[in-house]
Write a protein that binds this ligand. Sequence first.
Ligand SMILES: Nc1ncnc2c1ncn2[C@@H]1O[C@H](COP(=O)(O)OP(=O)(O)OP(=O)(O)O)[C@@H](O)[C@H]1O
Ligand SMILES: [Mg+2]
Length: 374
Amino acid sequence: MSKVKWTNEQLQAIQEKGSNLLVAAAAGSGKTAVLVERIIHKIIDEKMDINKILVVTFTNAAASEMRERILEAIYKKLEEEPQNTHLQRQITLLNKASICTIHSFCLEVIRNYFYEIDMPSNFRIADTAEIALLKQDTLDDLFEQKYEKNDENFINLIETYTNYRGDEPLQELVLTIYDFIQSSPFPEKWLEEKLNEFKIDDSINNFSETVWGKILIDHVREGLEECLLNLKNIHNKMQPYVELAKFTNTISGDIIQIEDAISTLDSWDDTYKKLNNIDFKKWPIDKKVTLDLKEEAKAIRDRVRKKVKEGLCKIICKNSSSICSDFTQMYPILQNLCNLTLEFAQNFAKCKKEKNCIDFNDIEHFALKILLRK
Ligand SMILES: Nc1ncnc2c1ncn2[C@@H]1O[C@H](COP(=O)(O)OP(=O)(O)OP(=O)(O)O)[C@@H](O)[C@H]1O
Ligand SMILES: [Mg+2]
């Protein structure tokens, strides 16, 4: 079999050292091949043993594929260097090598160091149905306690998020937030950070300076720039036709107003005013002009007007102080909601511990906890 001629990018991915590396490429373009070659390089050039390398995948199938392809690559190298005892040894060591799914690696860590996280050695992994029941029971208990205590913060949440039929909407919200934050390595910390982003400093009088303001303004900028580009393109096409002059002038007027709005994007209030004051003048009527370009221009302009008036103006629909005060009112409610979710998380963890079980999310979180402690 002839030797693979790697591309420059592949060679870089095979040889790069001393940093994290992300390889993203199309399906079937050689990602696994590069990873296998990277491992072979470590074995040959750095004289590393394969059982000292951790290879994790998402699926069992991918783990088996990795194992097979590494073995194949070792055999291929052995054809070139049949006397290489280091390579020969790798074939035996491959049986003990950690080439597995991320979950089976994490489970191995937990089974070996369960005492580090205060777990009994005989814990079991609960199935999805049992976990769903435990979650619901924990949540019902928590709500019941809160009702009994007539907890003021809780009652506020009930009034904000539920309807007369029952408290399910709030329960669903807590579960959704809980499930969502599990994908973060540090769920509680993540939630706290996100909550903080809703806390708007009193000294801020330009909403554009907040995380949320920046996102919205960027969105508006993109929208306005797209409108401007469309108007300019059609304007250029129309300009050579003298008979279109009044239509071209109307488009010029639109362009000036949109450029003006773009120039104010640093200030929320100026943008708010400019955007809402954009006045798309009436499209002239002249039956004598029969050029198709006139209709094309009208269609483009109608789309731009719709985008500005029904899209962008709705994004920046209030002035800075009014949005900031909405955030100030919203913050304590969100704080309550986060606290309720965290309380649920604590109770749920306790409940799983009592039942001596862990769920799929725990597998990764507990392994991380152990690895960070060591
Ligand atoms: N530079 C190259 N020259 C020739 N063949 C190559 C080269 N790079 C990869 N290949 C071959 O292309 C095929 C697909 O490669 P591989 O399975 O590594 O792709 P992949 O990106 O991991 O695919 P998938 O997205 O399906 O996981 C393999 O047979 C591999 O040997
Ligand atoms: Mg692959």
